[in-house]
Design a protein around this ligand. Structure first.
Ligand code: SF4
Length: 212
């Protein structure tokens, strides 16, 4: 077999694993990402306890597939709207305090794109069933809270349908605090009954739902 001068699979692997490692290592004790607020709150605890398992998912083909769609559509939108009219990968953070443990938490999120006063959130999926998903609507509303904007577009790219939905209205401060408290208490776990089927930590989690 002739050796290539370079190996794209290896390049993608190194990039993805390094990025996931950096994100995990940089995550401070009091930082909560928007994605932590929309999935099973036990995952927040497990990603710190079982770092190797968390890193193990970084290079799954489905994760990479989603990443490529994200990056590809962001580049295309820059072409279509013009570089001056769109911002991509915009990071936000805000602090909140909860009475539950009297701690301050930093809520962080990275918005895929902003055009005019719209947030654009890109989703890839192998199926177009039951769109838009509830947790994606919550995610968009959390980004609206972080960015002080009021309108979001959720765009789904699936093999059988490309469709977008408008989401209006940020989560309230009360809704936000309640979500933060689920992360602190680790309850309810899972947040959705389907989550355990796709969860990396299901191999050691006492809360795993086995009948869903
Ligand atoms: S197995 Fe289920 S309950 Fe346990 S961490 Fe994963 S999603 Fe949450």
């Amino acid at each position: 077999m002739i050796e290539n001068e370079f190996n794209i699979t290896n390049l993608l692997y190194s990039w993805k694993v390094a990025e996931a490692k950096k994100r995990l290592e940089e995550k401070l004790r009091n930082e909560i990402y928007v994605t932590d607020l929309i999935y099973c709150p036990l995952k927040y605890k497990y990603q710190k306890l079982y770092k190797e398992l968390a890193l193990g998912t970084a290079f799954s083909p489905i994760t990479l597939y989603g990443e490529i769609i994200h990056q590809g559509l962001e580049r295309l939108l820059q072409l279509l709207f013009g570089m001056d009219n769109i911002k991509v990968e915009v990071e936000y953070e805000k602090s909140v305090r909860t009475n539950l443990d009297n701690n301050t938490y930093i809520i962080k999120g990275r918005v895929d794109a902003i055009v005019k006063d719209y947030i654009i959130e890109i989703k890839s999926s192998s199926s177009d069933k039951n769109l838009p998903h509830e947790h994606h609507i919550t995610q968009a509303r959390l980004y609206l809270w972080l960015s002080n904007l009021n309108k979001a577009l959720l765009i789904y790219i699936t093999p059988s349908r490309i469709v977008e939905f408008q989401v209006k209205g940020a989560v309230s401060d009360e809704e936000l605090i309640k979500l933060v408290e689920t992360v602190i208490t680790g309850r309810p776990a899972p947040r959705y009954s389907w989550e355990c089927r796709y969860c990396t930590y299901s191999i050691l989690c006492p809360q795993k739902i086995t009948s869903a």
